[in-house]
Design a protein around this ligand. Structure first.
Ligand code: TEU
Ligand code: CA
Length: 526
């Protein structure tokens, strides 16, 4: 079954619900807060939102530790509030995707509490062995042995079996054993529950992690193919996007898009960074120990990025199945320091004209920065150098003391606001037609009204040094210079000399070729 056609010009927006908007003044974002800001999203032009996990949870990993998949977390509202949000979003032309944490639960989940006391339970990967196999964590219950965690220790892996079962190691169960079968049924029931309530699909957390010791992820792919087969009957329009990292495997298994290009940047600065600047990051250490986004001179390897993209696209057989996020709740944002602001329009010009599914992490549309030095909140610490909380701070709606995020006193916010007195805001940028927010909006509008620029139409790269030069479809040429120096390239075709600029800054195109000033960009029609 092909991807739904609306995905070709979809622009995804990621909402970290804790931090988007707080409607009831308790210092934590909620569903009613999101509903109150749908106008902003519709004005910006996004048509799909993905909400990070919003289910019942002890919140030791921001909700990626689910204790009940069928009830929302009370801090965000009620099940009815979510239903109301989904309906209001629909009226704004916006689809809602939820986050499916398929591979693990919280230790507080009733399934795990039962398993920790019951040696006949097979919902989790449990070794009744002494000593425990490596990687296992000691039982918190009366049952001997211990369990396999999937991410943090308090996130026990659900048992979907091992690709290479071994009776001598009984926790290595076959994928068709009773526990894995029960868990696959549970996944169907969870998906069915929320799809029946009007959501459009899921972003699947750690989708590749389900079957253990699975070389090539063949058994994990088989599992998702089976689930997709069920969805095709029960909810044929449901969209599944994977956090997997290998679209050549995840897309044939039934995912419509894979967050492939979020990897490779992790703690050194995030998704687009690996494209923009593959340097070690030492160029910013003089001002800030936190990994950041761009290198001053544009040291990145676009050629490497383009090659990885081409290889993945060839394996899938068509473009449009790779998601390219600006950043997310795990990685540093596009901006870390004031000097990054000058580079953001060009980054967006690239993201919104490349044949990937663009995803905007809330706040990136105004250039909210990665905030260094925050406390560990809800499992956000990863390394001493990098704290995930820095990309999860409250959304900056206006220039008031609480940034329009909440009416609670800022000291009661669940995470501190960016303390920078010059922090950007939606209100200020809406008043300024030259702002990043207006540029992003215009680029989104262009993408969504120009089939050549959508994710379904292929790309032809003409120059993979600086400036990047590529064609989209028959009639569109894109020039992007990630560097702070003027860069030139030959014209791919003499006809381009007469091209019309649809949007851009700092790029000239003429009979002598293309010249792009520092961080210049242009989308041209010829
Ligand atoms: O992240 C899984 C994942 O791939 C991480 O290893 C990621 O690369 C890391 O956070 C880099 O900073 C997902 C969620 O996005 C994350 O927030 C959760 O903590 C994790 O799963 C466990 O559910
Ligand atoms: Ca609230």
């Amino acid at each position: 079954r092909p991807a739904p056609s609306w995905l070709a010009d979809a622009v995804l927006y990621q909402i970290y619900p804790q931090s988007f908007a707080d409607a009831n003044g308790d210092g934590i974002g909620d569903f009613a807060g999101i509903a109150a800001h749908l106008d902003h999203l519709a004005w910006l032009g996004v048509d799909t939102v993905w909400i990070n996990p919003c289910f019942a949870s002890p919140m030791r990993d921001a909700g990626y530790d689910v204790s009940d998949y069928l009830t929302v977390a009370p801090r965000y509202g009620t099940d009815d509030d979510l239903a109301d949000l989904v309906e209001r979003a629909r009226r704004h032309g916006i689809r809602v995707l939820l986050d499916l944490v398929a591979g693990h639960t919280a230790v507080e989940h009733p399934w795990f509490r039962a398993a920790a006391d019951d040696p006949s339970d097979h919902r989790y990967v449990w070794a009744d062995a002494d000593p425990l196999p490596s990687g296992f964590v000691a039982s918190p219950g009366t049952r001997p042995g211990g369990y396999l965690p999937n991410y943090f220790d308090f996130q026990p892996a659900l048992n979907f079996g091992y690709a290479r079962p071994d009776p001598a190691e009984p926790w290595r169960q076959p994928v068709d054993a009773e526990g894995p079968r029960a868990n696959r049924r549970a996944l169907r029931a969870i998906m069915d529950h929320w799809l029946t309530r009007g959501i459009s699909g899921f972003r699947v957390d750690m989708a590749s992690s389900l079957v253990k010791d699975d070389p090539g992820k063949k058994e994990t792919a088989r599992l998702w193919t089976e689930l997709r087969g069920w969805l095709d009957e029960a909810h044929p329009d449901a969209v599944l996007l994977s956090e997997w990292g290998d679209p050549a495997v995840s897309v044939p298994a039934g995912f419509h898009g894979d967050f492939f290009l979020q990897f490779g940047g992790a703690t050194d600065g995030g998704p687009l960074r690996s494209l923009w600047n593959t340097g070690t990051g030492t160029d910013r250490d003089e001002w800030d120990p936190v990994p950041c986004y761009f290198g001053a001179a544009g040291k990145g390897s676009f050629a490497g990025f383009a090659a990885a993209y081409a290889e993945a696209t060839e394996a899938i057989g068509e473009p449009g199945h790779i998601a390219l996020p600006t950043s997310n709740h795990d990685f540093s944002r596009l901006a870390c320091a004031p000097r990054d602001a000058a580079q953001l329009p060009a980054a967006y010009a690239f993201q919104l004209t490349w044949p990937t599914l663009p995803a905007i992490h809330y706040g990136d549309e105004i250039g909210m920065r990665y905030v260094p030095g925050l406390p560990d909140v809800e499992g956000s610490v990863l390394t001493p150098r990098y704290n995930r909380a820095g990309s999860r701070t409250p959304m900056q709606w206006d220039d008031g003391p609480g940034a329009g995020f909440s009416t609670a006193p800022p000291e009661r916010f669940y995470l501190p606001l960016d303390p920078d007195p010059a922090r950007p805001s939606v209100a200020a940028q809406r008043r300024d037609p030259g702002s990043l927010l207006h540029t992003v909006r215009e680029l989104i509008r262009l993408r969504r009204t120009t089939p050549d620029l959508g994710s379904g139409s292929p790309v032809r790269v003409h120059n993979d040094g600086y400036p990047l030069v590529y064609s989209r479809g028959e009639h569109h040429l894109v020039v992007v210079n990630p560097s702070d120096r003027t860069a030139t390239a030959p014209l791919p075709d003499p006809a381009h000399a007469r091209a019309t600029r649809l949007i851009g800054e700092g790029v000239t195109v003429g009979p002598d070729g293309i010249s792009a000033g520092p961080f210049g960009y242009a989308v041209l029609r010829h």
